[in-house]
Design a protein around this ligand. Structure first.
Ligand code: ZN
Length: 53
């Protein structure tokens, strides 16, 4: 099931699976929010996720 995270910066990061979502969010954080790298665990990322429409 596809999921998405609505980043506070306004970007929506999607993934087709939990693993893909987590890696996409981590890539987004590294690219756009380098100061937050390492601050979000897999559990926190999945906790922010919602089902993609
Ligand atoms: Zn962002």
């Amino acid at each position: 099931m596809a999921k998405q995270v609505n980043c506070p910066c306004g970007e929506t990061v999607r993934g087709e699976s939990d693993d893909e979502l987590v890696s996409n969010v981590e890539a987004h954080v590294q690219d756009k929010h380098p100061e937050m790298v390492g601050t979000m665990s897999r559990e926190q990322i999945l906790g922010m996720a919602e089902e993609a429409a």
